[in-house]
Design a protein around this ligand. Structure first.
Ligand code: URA
Length: 411
């Protein structure tokens, strides 16, 4: 006789192991949210073995269809960061290099922003694509980015929303299964995983980030995906903008050649890994081909790339409380402030505010005089400049910028 769902939850709570069939039963569509949430918390506290993680990944993929493409398609996925708008730059950049991109992304999770929420800041942009629509778009435009649908990884969509609202985001096996279910379902043949390290990452500890990277590379290769992983620094926000519409504007600036140096560096590096030739990547960016591809991609998904982005009514500067050198602009605290401004969800039904966010003006190593702006807050209701100022550490000692790219990881 099959175990009851309550027995499966209790076994995981007590540190026991579940079979693949039991994991599939646990995450089946007829299991109510409250039982699934209890299971997710048990996983956060007790972990999953690699076999259980494989079972969860397989159940998540099997909850929908698995796309197969007549051509090689590339994908990249970040484990989640603050100010990480790279997909908006990288996807059209790769397409402009002749590399087809068919990608499933996620929404905001914990203190990190999500690509789907950022894309929806663009007026008219749709992220729910049918399989037929996704196929047509990849064929015609070379790039499609969508979210989980009833056809594609629906169980990831459900778990993802529950995790965000139940304090169950920060779990290595849940992150690995969530990311890889989208990659397997969307039929990637070549995949680059950008595993974030540092306090703004979902798993800040470098050892945990390395284990996550190794596990996901192994899962990808089990599914015949040519998978590589790089570690990148997420101690401070990437770029300057944090918040959906602000990040879209920054991604567009990057595509037009005047974005922040760190976003440009990361996108060029990732595109070179996936396209194979840095000169081709730089030409696609410098010639405007990548920006032109962005415009076609957005239009193909119903968006208007020229329309004004949502703007918050309140724009408030955050003055430096003292003179000195910025030792750190704490990525996680900035992410949490932006979530508090309305960019995050407290319940899974919440709508996010695409207009709110923070622009960071100073990072590690930058000098600042008392009263000069450290950041600008874009708010709808009340802005709390003191809370944003508290995200910065200022001291008299000189400080060096840290490297962005922290190395590759093999399985
Ligand atoms: N990205 C995902 O798709 N899932 C996670 O759990 C974390 C980052």
């Amino acid at each position: 006789m099959a175990a009851r769902i309550t027995d499966l939850i209790a076994r995981k709570r007590d540190g026991g192991e579940l079979s693949s069939a039991e994991i599939a039963a646990m995450v089946a569509p007829d299991v109510p949210d409250y039982q699934l949430s209890a299971f997710l918390m048990a996983v956060v506290l007790r972990g999953l073995s690699d076999d259980e993680t494989r079972g969860l990944l397989d159940a998540m993929v099997a909850s929908g269809q698995r796309v197969s493409w007549p051509w090689p398609v590339a994908d990249k996925h970040s484990t989640g960061g603050v100010g990480d708008s790279t997909t908006l730059v990288l996807a059209p950049l790769l397409a402009a290099c002749g590399v087809l991109v068919a990608k499933m992304s996620g929404r905001g999770l914990g203190h990190t922003g999500g690509t789907l929420d950022k894309l929806e800041a663009i007026p008219g942009m749709r992220v729910s694509l049918s399989l037929a629509g996704m196929r047509r778009q990849v064929e015609q435009v070379g790039v499609a980015v969508c979210g989980q649908t009833p056809e594609l990884a629906p169980t990831d969509g459900r778990l993802y929303a529950l995790r965000d609202a139940t304090g169950t985001v920060y779990s290595l096996p849940l992150i690995a299964a969530s990311i890889m279910s989208k990659k397997v379902a969307a039929g990637a043949s070549r995949l680059l995983l950008d595993v974030k390290v540092g306090e703004g990452a979902l798993l800040p500890d470098p050892d945990a980030a390395r284990r996550l990277a190794g596990l996901m590379v192994g899962l990808g290769r089990d599914h015949d995906i040519d998978t590589r992983a790089l570690l990148s620094n997420m101690s401070e926000p990437l770029g300057a903008a944090v918040g959906d519409a602000l990040e879209v504007a920054e991604a567009v600036a990057t595509l037009r050649g005047h974005g922040p140096a760190d976003i440009t560096q990361l996108c060029v590096h990732q595109a070179t890994v996936l396209a194979g030739d840095e000169a081709v990547v730089r030409r696609a960016l410098d010639s405007g081909a990548a920006y032109e591809r962005y415009q076609r991609w957005v239009a193909a998904q119903g968006g208007d790339p020229e329309a004004p982005l949502p703007q918050a009514p309140l724009v408030v500067e955050v003055p430096a409380p003292r003179s000195g050198v910025v030792q750190r602009c704490h990525a996680r605290s900035i992410g949490e402030q932006v979530m508090r401004l309305g960019a995050g969800r407290a319940t899974k039904e919440d709508l996010v505010d695409h207009a709110v966010g923070v622009i960071v003006h100073r990072k590690r190593g930058d000098r600042v005089d008392a009263g000069e702006p450290l950041a600008t807050v874009h708010a709808r209701g009340e802005a709390d400049p003191d809370a944003v100022a508290a995200c910065f550490e200022i001291d008299d000692a000189p400080a060096e910028r840290e490297p962005l790219l922290l190395g590759d990881v093999d399985a």
